[in-house]
Design a protein around this ligand. Structure first.
Ligand code: HEM
Length: 584
């Protein structure tokens, strides 16, 4: 009973009620959330699909329970626009969904309140448009290395483009936001991309396994142990970054404890916060991991998907190439920010990609009640915005299922409600890396499109997706690359050297370890959860049978009507005990 009560009590209770209708005829369907566990919800995709099915019959808003949490699903772009105006009343991340991030990292992504704003303000400053020139220069340098690496892939058959892009994005994120030299494209000794990917998988697995909300069950489970293994692998690298940051501040004579200390990178923000909040060293080390993940994973998925989708649509790739020639003429150098801003067709392609692979949904807690179109959004309830649903809604998109960059022609964008396409979320919790993400993706796409031509044997209509931070292709990102004839660069030799260096560094031992983790993930975890669920059901059944038997034993065949004033034996015994004693 304690466990059930713990599981069903939302961290922020709802005050008041709502007039928003439930999924079908009934007002609201209870118990969707925790019952999901028994409805064969095995992954995030099942979860989103189940919730989406519940919302099918409504077109504006729908209310349902995720466990005991009143949740309001937003399905209409106009209503979302009105919510954007109220965004100060729904600024906090919904604890019931975002708490799983805390197992790895408790930073700006999942924090709420003062702790969040203390990290978010300096981050906004680092990512301010006036600092973009410096970040752009770093991205230019990393994009050159990426082009070199791809040089050697030309005509060499199919490869995974995302593996290459991951390193480019990670290097940019490390160097520009954390002031850590971004050299992983050349030599990777950290395996951070694989570890981050395991971390993300672990976080989402925890969301759908509801018993893992109880900390001790989670830490005893194989998933909890796996999380610790991944953290053990990450810790030395993150710790080294913090130590180097301390050293550099010392050399420069800067002290993070000074009241007028102004952080110059995000590790310094984390250190300042650690001193202010008197956190543990472990908290400090993992408090900037979410920025690394948010910074490189999203942009890498978006850029790799763009390349894959263009490889599947040669006509759009050719148009994008023609635009490159128009803006950059015959040059192969990286574009300036001004040149990037003139690549409007590339913008349309990038947006169309985001429409297909965006963050699937976001959830916020309502901090004080508001009303939109007579719908009551009560305090404490959560708002669940189905970004992916809105981005595929035929009410707003001519050809929702196709890859069709013309969706983003300026006149079509102007005619569509703004709420129909918000891939970077909205309000105070919107993405701080929007400008930086778009710029670094467009930069590398421009460099690649001018040099290389991409093809893929995958077909767009056959694409299926995993629901991770963004939607990721189930079948990976396999492409083939050839150079644009005479325009080929002459750095193939250098590139070959880089490739073999990287291959040597990726020890087989390490890959074995990753596989071992995956194995644990797939078999032990499922058996464990299966056993726990069966045990729970068996105990409940035994309890019900026992209660029935006791009730049967205690019910007399002819019930007594009324009561008596005749005194009992010396010690007043319960009547049925007399019967049991008599039987004995
Ligand atoms: C195409 C690239 C990107 C997309 C589509 C994207 C999208 C988003 C979305 C939808 C959110 C809200 C998530 C939620 O509330 O659950 C978000 C938050 C966030 N993003 Fe991005 N993002 C991108 C790139 C980046 C980059 C490059 C950075 C870092 C430099 C970044 C850092 C963050 C952070 C720190 C948050 C949390 C903000 C907060 O809670 O205050 N993102 N992003």
């Amino acid at each position: 009973l304690h466990v059930v009560r713990r599981l069903l009590t939302p961290a922020v209770p709802t005050k008041g009620t709502t007039n928003i209708p439930g999924p079908v005829a009934c007002r609201r369907w209870p118990v969707v959330g925790h019952a999901l566990m028994f409805l064969r919800v095995n992954n995030m995709k099942d979860l989103y699909e189940t919730i989406r099915r519940l919302c099918q019959k409504r077109d504006k808003v729908v209310s349902f329970y995720l466990g005991s949490k009143l949740t309001i699903g937003v399905l209409d772009a106009k209503i979302l626009e009105a919510i954007v105006c109220m965004s100060h009343k729904c600024q906090n991340k919904e604890h019931e969904l975002y708490y799983t991030f805390n197992a790895f990292t408790n930073g700006v992504f999942s924090k709420n309140g003062k702790g969040w704003s203390a990290m978010r303000r300096p981050l906004d400053h680092l990512l301010h448009p006036k600092n973009m020139e410096k970040l752009h220069r770093i991205a230019m340098e990393k994009a050159e290395i990426l082009c070199m690496k791809l040089g050697d892939r030309c005509g060499q058959g199919v490869f995974e483009i995302k593996q290459v892009i991951d390193y480019y994005m990670l290097d940019i994120t490390l160097e520009s936001l954390l002031n850590v030299p971004g050299t992983l494209q050349i030599e990777d000794t950290t395996h951070l991309p694989e570890l981050c990917s395991l971390a993300i998988k672990g976080m989402f697995k925890r969301i759908i396994q509801i018993v893992y909300r109880i900390e001790w069950i989670y830490s005893l489970s194989s998933l909890g142990r796996q999380t610790n293994k991944v953290k053990d692998q990450m810790r030395p690298h993150l710790k080294e970054m913090v130590n180097n940051c301390y050293k550099q501040m010392k050399i420069a004579g800067r002290n993070p404890s000074d009241p007028d200390f102004v952080p110059e990178n995000f590790i310094e923000v984390a250190i300042q916060n650690y001193i202010r909040e008197k956190n543990t060293e472990e908290d400090l080390i993992f408090s900037f991991l979410d920025l690394i993940i948010a910074g490189f994973d999203t942009t890498s998925v978006a850029t790799s998907s763009t390349i894959l989708f263009l490889a599947m649509h040669p006509e759009y790739q050719e148009r994008a190439y023609q635009e490159q020639i128009e803006v950059m003429k015959n040059s192969l150098r990286a574009p300036t920010r001004d040149e990037l801003s003139r690549m409007s067709y590339l913008d349309m392609i990038f947006n169309e990609t985001l429409r297909h692979v965006s963050v699937p949904a976001i959830a916020r807690t309502i901090s004080s009640q508001f009303t939109i179109d007579e719908y009551i959004f009560p305090e404490g309830a959560s708002i669940y915005v189905f970004l992916n649903h809105l981005f595929n809604d035929p009410r707003y998109w001519e050809r929702p299922k196709d890859f069709y960059p013309e969706h983003f022609q300026p006149e079509k964008v102007a005619a569509r409600p703004k709420g129909a396409f918000l891939p970077f979320a909205f309000g105070g919790r919107s993405c701080p890396g929007k400008l930086f993400g778009i710029q670094s993706s467009k930069l590398v796409l421009s460099n690649l499109l001018r040099r290389y031509k991409f093809t893929s044997s995958l077909r767009f209509e056959e694409m299926t997706y995993k629901y991770m931070v963004m939607l990721e292709s189930d079948k990976g990102y396999p492409v083939e690359v050839t150079s644009h004839g005479s325009r080929r660069d002459n750095f193939a030799g250098l590139s070959r050297m880089l490739q073999s260096h990287i291959a040597a560094k990726r020890s087989e031992e390490y890959m074995g370890y990753i596989q071992e983790i995956d194995y644990l993930d797939s078999s032990f975890e499922q058996v464990g959860m299966g056993l726990l669920t069966s045990l729970f059901l068996a105990l409940t059944t035994v309890l019900c049978v026992a209660l029935y038997v006791v009730r049967r034993l205690l019910t007399p065949a002819v019930p007594t009507n009324g009561t008596t004033n005749i005194p009992g034996p010396v010690v007043p015994l319960v009547k049925s005990s007399h019967r049991t004693m008599a039987k004995l």
